[in-house]
Design a protein around this ligand. Structure first.
Ligand code: NAD
Length: 695
């Protein structure tokens, strides 16, 4: 067992304890060092990341037998994976835990192991580098001391799977830090990066990797103290104070994650309000609540979405051959694309005839680095890799040229005419167009086979999807190369065909246009948005149209209307005038359909009860378009369409995707409803022929 230990030591220089007499059992390696300290090093086989599975907990249980039989001076737990401590629970196991009784008994066994670890007489120290998420964080919390290595982060992402912590987090975190802060972390699923984690008291010491061993010795010798009791924790021991706090939490949580769609955070608040002063009762409550939530439709759908995401990640796992990217156009999209690529390690040259745009692009790159929690060195390196290049010297050496110029076929053709002769013959040219036909754009090119679409979504840093678009002549090797490039820059690629609006804009446009049609009919903006938000859309269509930019929406709608047989609502003249003549394009100009202040749409109050009829009018055309795309092979499978819509538009994730929703609701029901809507409102609702074959 010395081999792998030494290999890791030489690769990443993690302090992993004694190598010589280490033994391995499943995911754990363990050894006693000369000071009688037991090291337990987690190294889940066959995986670059540790996840906390049944095997991990059983392996620990077996070790605890030995530790209890022959008590050491201390126990150290850490990960051998260079990437981090642990990413959380093994989510694939959740699929086998939908039967609440089965789930409960598995959870009880897991809890018993961590209770045992917590109850050891000797000091226990967990060393965390990289992420400690979910079950990994819970394992750390069962130790007496947590030592963080620079760059560590902590979080409970369970709410994103329709769950709350299930391995002791609900009572161990509130016992360690201010309970209100603990609840916020668990309810929001946000990650606490190191500075925050230190401020909250999650970690007891922070050190660099080379000082880890000294920090461990200090912790075991009782030289690293901890303050566990705050004013807030004393106050929250009182049920009246908890009830008061719980009321406020419920209100805030309801705004972000309505109970009807996201029961988990609400269940956690109920639990904490009832038992926040009693760890044992909280533990019992956590187990039964978690088991119940696992079986819920929300959680099942969110787990489905997790695996859809894994599939897209897998599709981007090829060998990345792109080192230098040249981006043309430093507007809203080009600037972000360039910054993102530079941040992810690419050399990026960025061109725009408007030098002011280049200056702004560098500034916005610094902001993106900050938002992504890059430290000073990483930020400097990223900005060093981003080279403003007004003379376009970079074209000659780039492996990939991404064109993000204005959405005008003639302008794009002029850009290509200038660039293509200067590009390496093996380089790929990709356009970020939202709606222009690739086949048309390719017509002017000398090497159409090396031309494809890389359709990023706005904002690039938030929207994970990129559509990789091929036209009839695109080489498969080119799209394969672009898929791997997307994976390398940590985005999710979806292969789609050169179809009007590709997949996502094809499906989203009817949703936005129907909202404008409803405005025409005199519906209140806020009521329209409410109808979509009540379904689970992250923003309503009126607000979204303003966010995307009304100018862009009109361009895309016109292009789709010109190129599709399906009828679409017209854009009213007043809206065209508002955009063209007054420049009221939405969020970016401060006024569109809403007035925008400090980036927030100024809304009147919406009716308390959403109108289901409006909801169907908005959502069902999107489903209809997805079925059309499936029928026309715009994307490979229904699952890929669901994944693309979720990761490009935020389509209600707890519904599992538009096509999954159609199946859950009942395909016949959706078709009949579309027929009724077509009778009442026009042919644009006519069910697509693809529903016949969709099951
Ligand atoms: P934008 O108007 O913000 O930026 C276009 C940039 O191109 C400007 O900085 C302009 O100075 C520059 N430009 C003009 N002529 C040029 C030339 N000859 N050579 C190089 N640069 C030139 O537009 P945007 O919103 O960033 O959109 C760019 C592309 O991305 C369009 O094709 C658009 O359809 C697509 N897109 C936009 C969004 C979005 O939400 N904005 C989303 C996805 C895709």
């Amino acid at each position: 067992m010395t081999g792998p230990v030494l290999k890791h030591l030489s690769e990443v220089k993690l302090e992993l304890g004694p190598a010589g007499d280490a033994t391995a059992e499943g995911p754990w390696r363990h050894a006693r060092d000369a000071q009688n300290v037991v090291w337990m090093v987690l190294d889940v086989p066959g995986n670059g990341t540790n996840t906390i599975s049944r095997e991990v907990l059983e392996g620990m249980d077996a070790q605890l037998d030995k530790i209890e039989a022959d008590p050491p001076h201390g126990v150290v737990i850490r990960s051998a994976k260079p990437g981090g401590f642990a990413a959380g629970a093994d989510i694939s196991a959740f699929r086998d835990m939908v039967e609440p009784d089965v789930a409960r008994s598995l959870l009880e066994r897991g809890h018993a192991v961590l209770d045992r670890l917590e109850a050891l007489d000797c000091p226990t120290v967990c060393v965390v580098h990289g992420h400690a998420l979910g079950g990994g964080f819970e394992l750390a919390l069962a130790c007496d001391r947590i030592i963080a290595v620079e760059g560590a982060s902590f979080g409970f992402p369970e709410v994103r799977l329709g769950l709350h912590p299930g391995l002791g987090g609900t009572f161990r975190l509130p016992a360690r830090i201010d309970p209100l802060e603990a609840m916020t972390l668990m309810l929001t699923g946000k990650t606490a990066h190191l500075a925050k984690a230190e401020g909250l008291g999650i970690v007891d010491a922070v050190t660099e990797e080379r000082h880890v061993e000294a920090a461990i010795r200090a912790a075991i010798d009782g030289e690293i103290g901890t303050t566990r009791s705050s004013l807030s924790s004393r106050a929250m021991a009182l049920s009246t104070a908890r009830s008061f706090a719980a009321r406020r939490m419920r209100q805030k949580t309801e705004e972000a994650a309505p109970q009807q769609h996201y029961p988990a955070p609400h269940a956690l608040i109920d639990l904490w309000e009832a038992h926040g002063d009693d760890a044992k009762q909280m533990q019992a409550g956590e187990i039964s609540s978690f088991a119940k939530l696992l079986a819920s439709e929300t959680s099942q759908n969110l787990v489905r979405v997790f695996f859809l995401q894994q599939e897209l990640k897998q599709a981007g796992r090829g060998e990345d051959s792109i080192g230098h990217v040249h981006v043309v156009g430093a507007g809203a999209m080009g600037a972000e694309i360039a910054a993102w690529c530079a941040m992810k390690g690419k050399t990026v040259s960025l061109a725009d005839p408007d030098t002011e745009a280049l200056g702004k692009a560098v500034k916005s790159a610094a902001r993106i680095c900050k938002d992504q929690h890059l430290n000073a060195l990483q930020t400097r390196n990223s900005l060093d890799r981003l080279i403003p290049d007004p003379a376009q010297y970079g074209v000659a050496t780039a492996d990939l040229v991404i064109e993000a110029g204005p959405e005008d076929a003639d302008v794009k053709a002029r850009i290509y005419a200038e660039l293509e002769p200067r590009m390496k013959p093996t380089a790929t040219l990709a356009t970020n167009t939202s709606s222009l036909s690739l086949a048309d754009l390719a017509r002017t090119l000398k090497r159409p086979s090396r031309f494809a679409g890389l359709h990023f979504f706005n904002p690039v840093a938030k929207m994970q999807l990129i559509e990789v678009v091929s036209h009839a002549d695109t080489f498969q090797t080119v799209t394969d190369q672009l898929m791997a490039f997307c994976g390398a820059i940590d985005r999710l690629p979806a292969r789609v065909a050169d179809y009007p609006g590709f997949l996502v804009n094809r499906a989203l446009t009817p949703y936005l246009l129907e909202a404008i049609q409803l405005l025409e009919e005199g519906q209140q903006k806020e009521a329209i948005d409410r109808a979509a938000e009540s379904f689970g859309m992250p923003v309503g269509p009126v607000e979204l149209a303003d966010q995307v930019g009304l100018d862009i929406c009109i361009d895309v709608a016109d292009s789709l209307r010109a190129n599709l047989d399906t009828p679409m609502p017209d854009i009213p003249d007043w809206l065209r005038e508002q955009v063209k003549e007054k420049g009221e394009t939405g969020k970016k100009s401060g006024k569109g359909l809403y007035v925008w202040k400090d980036g927030v749409a100024q809304k009147d109050s919406a009716p308390a009860k959403p109108d289901d009829d409006l909801t169907d009018r908005l959502i069902l055309p999107m489903l209809n378009a997805c079925v059309e795309c499936l029928r026309k092979d715009v994307a490979g499978t229904a699952d890929q369409i669901d994944a693309a819509m979720i990761f490009a538009t935020g389509f209600a994730p707890f519904r599992g995707g538009p096509l999954h929703y159609a199946r859950t609701r009942g395909i016949d029901d959706v078709r009949h409803r579309l027929l009724d809507l077509a009778k009442d409102h026009g042919d644009r609702f006519r069910p697509d022929a693809g529903w016949q074959d969709f099951h």
